[in-house]
Design a protein around this ligand. Sequence first.
Ligand SMILES: [Zn+2]
Length: 317
Amino acid sequence: MIPPIGPGTKTAHHVPVDLGSLTVELPLIQVCGVRPGPRVVITAGMHGGEFCGIEAATRLAAQLTPEEVHGDVVICPVANPPAVYDGRLGVSPLDGVNINRVFPGDPAGGPTERLAAWHTAHLGAGADLYVDLHSGGIDETLRDFVGYRLTGDHALDARTRELAHAVGIEDVIIGRTAEGGNSHAAAARRGIPALLVEVGDRGTRDPDTAARLVGGLLRLLGKAGVTALTDGSEPMPVREWLWACSVTAETTGLWYPALTAGDEATAGAPLGHLVSPADGTRTTVVSPATGRLFYGMHALTVRRGAELAAIAERKVA
Ligand SMILES: [Zn+2]
């Protein structure tokens, strides 16, 4: 893990990370409070083209001082520099890998697997709370939400639920298991309360959206016992959802969505159409579930396997 710095100190620098074929520099801000408390790790920029999380992470890092912090806050606003600076896509231009599908990573693997492994070893280890900030990408519509995974450890799940609600974003989506290569899922499997926070979409970088996210993160840090700082904004009443499904393109072609993020999807009804750019052949893509579309493909051009829509169903209390 990143070693604690002395109480009452704040550091900001770039950390070199060896990915085998090249070395990348990760920006890292660490704020160690004058008083003891939990260690909170916040990452943003796992994916390229998701700007609000990066903006909010840097604003939060600038705002926190050792005098106002209990414990240790570690913020990495650009967790995946190749994807963020070079491709501005969900996959890394180094190897075409989506880092958020390969956690906990592999220190002997390809560059993106090595980067995930570095995060697991250096940032995940020793964390009492892990938060990964994402947005809809440049080519995605997204309705803001907080996500977390059920682990089967009832005390951990209850604590994570409490923290997820504290952010004050209206929609909280629960994943039924902690399986898979997402950073927050991998952290949950190691017993760390872990949240996915998704705010903003389609490459937005507007200051109000980032400020709203900072307000939610301050509420979260307050609930975690880290700081009493607040931006004065009110949390929204929370509704819970269960992840239902993700729908991917079965052919490469042109995508004409029928729904956008926030719309209600109905099982068996069209989510949109895939059209061949050669002969206009039209394939209807239907929803496998009834619920709400939380993110969807906005781009006209999609390749086979691209994620077209993700749907969650309302959780019955
Ligand atoms: Zn993302």
